[in-house]
Design a protein around this ligand. Sequence first.
Ligand code: HSE
Length: 401
Amino acid sequence: MINVAVLGYGTVGSGVVEVITKNKDSIEKRIGKEINIKYVLDLREFPGDPVQDILVHDYETIVNDKEVEIVVEVMGGIKPAYDFVKRALEAGKSVATSNKELVAAHGAELLKVAKSNNVNFLFEASVGGGIPIIRPINQSLTADKITEITGILNGTTNYILSKMTDEGLDFDTVLKTAQEKGYAERNPEADVEGYDACRKIAILTSLAYGKQVDYQDIYTEGITKITKTDIQYAKKLGAAIKLFGTSKNIDGTIYSMVAPYMINSEHTLYNVNGVFNGIFIHGNMLGDTMFYGRGAGKLPTASAVVADVVDAAKHSGTNIMTIWEEEKITLGNMENFKCKFFVRVKDTNKQDIEKTFGNVSFVEVEGVNDELAFVTDVISEGEFDNLIKNYTLINRIRTAF
Ligand code: HSE
């Protein structure tokens, strides 16, 4: 029998209990053993809920119980999750987690602790919710050198941008509705400012290149400055605006950022709408591949966590090699990163813009007359910042077409 302890009985924790209970037969067949949730750790009581019988409030009960082989950490945050996870690994228990903050900050170290204790630290659910992406990078795309990872990694912002596009609404109105419906957090900062996507692209980039990418080093821009006028322009250009987490290996230098992008229908991620996530990967042998599905939510996330529990059970006594060294990758300076920019400026004229930016395509939308909008040729971020200095900038969005 495999005994499991679940740390945290919130949305994902209750999902984990539901998945293990509902799919017990097929899970046990895959593991080849009976599976038993021995403990659920939470500070709260859950009267009337079946977990009340296995509920504990003290982590010591779990970490000191030799019968517990797998710990599921779905509490979120760094404290006390980091201590609990590290102690579980040191006590010879494998850990499955959905906690992207923990993985982004301490992934390399916890993998090392797992290896030295011959157990596993697994985190499929930390990026892309229910979408398989960590295991494919670690185990399937291993013949390739990955040259690009670009993902719509945050469901909340993709929902907001999709709704702004479909209904012509502004950011604040859509955010408010999303909060009322429970799609967006009451404090939406981590999502709308891009911090959540930043941690996720940091994890994917670290795994793709086998070394530590500090999320603090990743240039991050959210969607709070995107207006319904920007969306009007995007539509005129046959484009949509998406929040990308992206990493590109250009001539051996890795550039990583989170920022809104305008993409047209030729882009693989164009049809990833609403709360869905999509992750595009380019390998030097494979070419393009894409992963799509539900990047958040109780059961999709729990499904990925329980898949890790199955993997941990199947590899009991064996460390699954995951290359993510603590040595840090120095990311390329964003000033040298090149792309086209969609730009909106005030108080100028077309001749002046052409004189400054050279070959640009102007774009106009009905009802917007007191500004100029145009798309530049490919230029570096540094060049763009320099050229735009003498203008009154309304907004600029990187474009991928
Ligand atoms: N807040 C996240 C999102 C949850 O909206 O995608 C999943 O990490």
